[in-house]
Design a protein around this ligand. Structure first.
Ligand SMILES: *[C@@H]1O[C@H](CO)[C@@H](O)[C@H](O)[C@H]1NC(C)=O
Ligand SMILES: *[C@@H]1O[C@H](CO)[C@@H](O)[C@H](O)[C@H]1NC(C)=O
Ligand SMILES: *[C@@H]1O[C@H](CO)[C@@H](O)[C@H](O)[C@H]1NC(C)=O
Length: 351
């Protein structure tokens, strides 16, 4: 290492050094830790871990005044009332873990004091609904509602979020049969939405959400209809994998997905036929995964619809790449586009 690099390294390590120390006034049964960082420890934040504290804890559990991260998971909390998260110190929380707490109900203003809350984990509870103002005024960036009992969910619940930071919402492992986005002209900043392992029988229309990542894996969807994703022009990643009943993807189903880079259609065993028009509009698609699906061959002219494709996976272990015709690959098949061809590690893939 040169002297300069050494000095730089010393300087950086001084800046990011995190020191932890014990905290006075930590509630018995919780573990509190102060993390200091910055030059001369100029910043500090407290992390409080009360995981598994036990059902007799009286709420709100006292926490140090500068607590940023609070873990209240697995304490058999039960229904969440307006006062349980309204103690001193709660106002400054940036993240809160309420997972695995047998929460069946939450009162509408339960989070109203948490004005800086960015990360909320309510996973592994028994929630069926949330009242409309529940997230009101919170600067949320990440909300985990997975492993609950929602049957229906309207994304407009997030319309009252105060800032325009992108939001990630995990609704996987619920009982969702319908997901709505009734915006009424409002703007939702949801960028990542995980709807995997639900009971959706068709892909929801999420028009108006600026989604970049959407996961629909493991739903009982039987067909994807033309135009389903027409409005999701910002979508970069779409996963429709592990659908045991998916038989048909209609032509032009992905039309409008101009930004899509990755399309995961793997492990859809009943999906056999894909017409050329299915791939229409996928101008930016780089990766197509059809591994473990019933699709055994690809339409010959597929590259004309997929100008940006880099790799296609199908069958058990078949990989195809777009290559220049003059390449060294000796098993080139199906001339497709200008002097570019699709080259696979197994022959006879193209129709
Ligand atoms: C979505 O949920 C599935 C199932 O829980 C999980 O495997 C996947 O990593 C999740 N994706 C994101 C981006 O959270
Ligand atoms: C699959 O495609 C072939 C050839 O295009 C067609 O004959 C057949 O009817 C299609 N099957 C289904 C289930 O759409
Ligand atoms: C395609 O999907 C399969 C199954 O989900 C996965 O194991 C594999 O890694 C994926 N391949 C690529 C290239 O992403």
């Amino acid at each position: 290492m040169s002297i300069m690099a050494l000095l730089l390294w010393l300087g950086l390590s001084l800046l990011v050094a995190v020191q932890s120390s014990g905290v006075k006034n930590c509630h018995p049964g919780c573990h509190c830790e102060v993390e200091s960082f910055g030059l001369f420890d100029s910043f500090s934040l407290t992390r409080v871990d009360c995981r598994g504290l036990g059902p007799r804890a009286s709420m709100p559990i006292p926490i140090p005044l500068d607590t940023a991260h609070l873990d209240l998971s697995s304490i058999a909390m039960g229904p969440l009332s307006d006062t349980m998260l309204a103690g001193p110190g709660y106002t400054t929380l940036v993240s809160l873990d309420l997972s695995d707490n047998h929460i069946t109900k939450v009162s509408p203003n339960a989070l109203s004091k948490l004005r800086y809350l960015e990360t909320l984990d309510l996973s592994h509870n028994h929630l069926e609904r949330l009242s409309s103002g529940f997230f009101s005024g919170l600067p949320l960036a990440e909300v985990d509602l997975s492993h609950n009992s929602f049957h229906e969910f309207d994304m407009d619940l997030f319309a009252t979020k105060v800032n325009s930071e992108p939001l990630t919402v995990d609704l996987s492992y619920n009982k969702l049969v319908s997901v709505l986005a009734s915006l009424h002209g409002r703007i939702l900043h949801i960028q990542t939405l995980n709807l995997s392992a639900n009971q959706l029988s068709s892909a929801p229309t999420l028009a108006g959400l600026p989604l970049r990542y959407l996961n629909l894996d493991g739903n009982p969807i039987t067909q994807i209809k033309k135009g389903t994703f027409a409005q999701l022009k910002d979508l970069v990643y779409l996963s429709i994998s592990g659908l045991n009943e998916l038989r048909l993807i209609e032509p032009y189903s992905f039309k409008g997905l101009h930004s899509l880079q990755v399309l995961d259609l793997s492990n859809n065993p009943k999906l056999k036929n894909l017409s050329l028009a299915v791939f229409s509009g996928l101008d930016s698609l780089q990766e197509l995964n059809l591994s473990g699906s019933g699709v055994e061959s690809l339409p010959t002219k597929i590259l004309t619809h997929l100008p940006s494709i880099k790799s296609i996976t199908l069958g058990r272990n078949i990989q195809c790449w777009r290559t220049q015709k003059q390449g060294q690959f000796h098993r080139q098949m199906g001339q497709v586009y200008h002097n570019e061809v699709l080259t696979c590690n197994v022959e006879g893939i193209l129709l």
